[in-house]
Design a protein around this ligand. Structure first.
Ligand code: ADP
Ligand code: MG
Length: 340
């Protein structure tokens, strides 16, 4: 046997296996890139459940022409300097675009701030084409066609068009909650149209965005949360006990603006409602945790939304305490002195 270095395309396809599971993963990566670029408008267009087309257009800072080839190269990022403990952007691995380009037909079109023309680069199944001038407005458009054409085995695992579209919709909603001041639009060939106008980036704006994304009924049946403990802050909205769900799907958690799914957080919410909700009912929540980036590890898995807190007990205590306090203040829970 001979030991050989894998080709870039194979390396990228292996990475894609981790990062790009389905069209919704592409949507997540591209929307994150748009937000990292400071966009105030993000438009997502899909066809065929995102498999035949997924296009994200933003009005963010753009990519300089000479950096376009780097943007589609592995381990190239404009976001992380040399401290993995200080991640302030949504992306930082420099993996998404090369991974997508290795399994699909990718076109990145960008006109950065100050430039008077736009350029485009294409990648098809790992093959990069030369940069060429195109006409485009300020900002960036990333277009992904024929996802997984280069890895047919992965294609077999796709669910129905409808299931993929609804997963994409969920991605957009989840991100939109964290960025109320950004206008989001989602359009597709099916009924998947979503229009989320920008709202002010304050408490009232957040409640309006919550109403847009989670429904006005939830927005009308919430308690506001605003607490702080040892430099960790918690804000957002949680449902009153009479407004509960049969599953925990409508629980949105964010850490420093990044959507996360976490057993610890879900468990803390369950604990907070223990006395006021039956075991099989779940609160609806949108909760935002902000803390020093050094106190949380977001580098757990490329695609999964896992996080690890340096002090999980502190975060749990903060959530349980703040929700119970809100319930007590509104008279929906008898006050007790004990913590959880
Ligand atoms: P990462 O987001 O981890 O840096 P990506 O592969 O997603 O890696 O993107 C690579 C680089 O391309 C980014 O660091 C950024 O500089 C640039 N880029 C990608 N999408 C956009 C966008 N929509 N607007 C501006 N720059 C972008
Ligand atoms: Mg990225």
């Amino acid at each position: 046997m001979t030991i050989r270095q894998l080709t870039d395309t194979i390396i990228n396809q292996i990475a894609a296996g981790e990062v790009i599971e389905r069209p919704a993963s592409v949507a997540k990566e591209l929307v994150e890139n748009a937000l990292d670029a400071g966009a105030t408008r993000v438009e997502v267009a899909t066809a065929g459940g995102g498999l035949s087309l997924l296009r994200v257009t933003d009005n963010g800072g753009g990519i300089p022409a000479d950096e376009l080839p780097l943007a589609v190269s592995r381990h190239c990022t404009s976001k992380l300097s040399d401290d993995i403990h200080d991640i302030r952007s949504l992306g930082f691995r420099g993996e998404a675009l090369p991974s997508i380009g290795s399994v699909a037909r990718l076109a990145v079109r960008s006109r950065p701030d100050g430039a008077d023309s736009a350029v485009e680069i294409g990648v098809e199944g790992g093959r990069v084409s030369p940069v060429r001038p195109v006409a485009a407005n300020r900002g960036t458009t990333v277009e992904v066609r024929d996802l997984f054409f280069a890895t047919p085995a992965r294609l077999k695992f796709m669910k129905s068009e409808r299931a993929e579209t609804s997963a994409i919709t969920e991605v957009v909603k989840r991100m939109a909650l964290a960025f109320p001041a950004v206008r989001f639009a989602l359009s597709g060939t099916d009924r998947s149209t979503l229009e989320l106008p920008a709202v002010p980036a304050d408490g009232e704006g957040l409640l309006r965005r919550i109403a847009q994304v989670m429904g006005s009924e939830f927005a009308a049946n919430t308690l506001a949360i605003d607490a702080e403990r040892e430099g960790v802050s918690l804000t957002g909205h949680v449902s009153i006990p009479s407004f509960s769900r049969g599953n925990a799907m409508q629980q949105y958690f964010y850490v420093n603006g990044r959507p996360v799914r976490d057993k610890l957080l879900a468990g803390a919410v369950r604990g907070a409602y223990m006395d006021v909700l039956p075991r099989d009912r779940h609160a609806v929540v949108a909760l935002f945790i902000a803390l020093d980036p050094a106190l949380v590890d977001v580098n757990v898995h490329p695609a999964k939304a896992d996080v690890r807190f340096r002090d999980p007990g502190l975060v749990r205590g903060l959530i349980v305490g703040a929700i119970r306090h809100a319930l007590e203040m509104s008279g929906m829970r008898a006050s007790t002195s004990g913590a959880d």
